[in-house]
Design a protein around this ligand. Sequence first.
Ligand code: FE
Ligand code: FE
Ligand code: ZN
Length: 277
Amino acid sequence: MLNIGCHLSTTKGYAHMGREASSIGANTFAFFTRNPRGGNAKAIDPDDAAALRAHLAAEGFAPLVAHAPYTLNPCSAKPHAREFARTAMADDLVRMEAVPGSLYNFHPGSHVGQGVEAGVQMIADTLNEVLAPEQTTTVLLETMAGKGSEVGSRFEELAAIIERVELADHLGVCLDTCHVHDAGYDIVNDLDGVLAEFDRIIGIGRLRAIHINDSKNPMGSHKDRHERIGEGTIGWDAFARIVRHPALRDLPFILETPNELDGYADEIRRLRELAES
Ligand code: FE
Ligand code: FE
Ligand code: ZN
């Protein structure tokens, strides 16, 4: 069975997210670990977390895919911004142990003119400071569209970061279909070729989650504007190949499409049908 869900709001608590996911046919989901604007994260209620864990176990959920605030920039030119990225990620990784064995996805960052090499090094430095041997969470670098000075729109950049991290067993990659397409990887006409390239440069074993989004823009546009599944430039036929691909079909798939819950329920149902047909 396809493991699929969408991004959910944490405002009604952890257990509520589990029930909401089940109500739309999902068996995984994503959520922000804290307010994207920063500041201190709300304390996790242990009973609420326990209720979510019980729900996930009872319903046989796939690993959850938490998302770090997208405003974190581990390769900012400003030391206080890098420091915020470090303290927020370290704190998030402690909090993530409320749901052991989950995935924690983050945007590698924007080098803001310092250059890719400097960016790669700062991102690796941050990971070397925040990863702990005993953590059960796998931290995922997200493939980026290459908007502005984003690091991580080329597989080589993600590989270079991973190579410089000591506790790399705790690292993986989350492939965002909109982002790789906008970055110039032809997942529409040559999915096998793109995955072979991923394998050669990063290693397919690092691929641990998929953000499944259509794109409003042409391949290589470096835009990063998500579209509903089938309504963009990637299209249903390509998504059918994606959800059926032997290297992908067992991973958690997370929808980040412009939808409300009923729209997500619909996409989940249709993608499950495609995966099984
Ligand atoms: Fe993201
Ligand atoms: Fe994404
Ligand atoms: Zn995006």
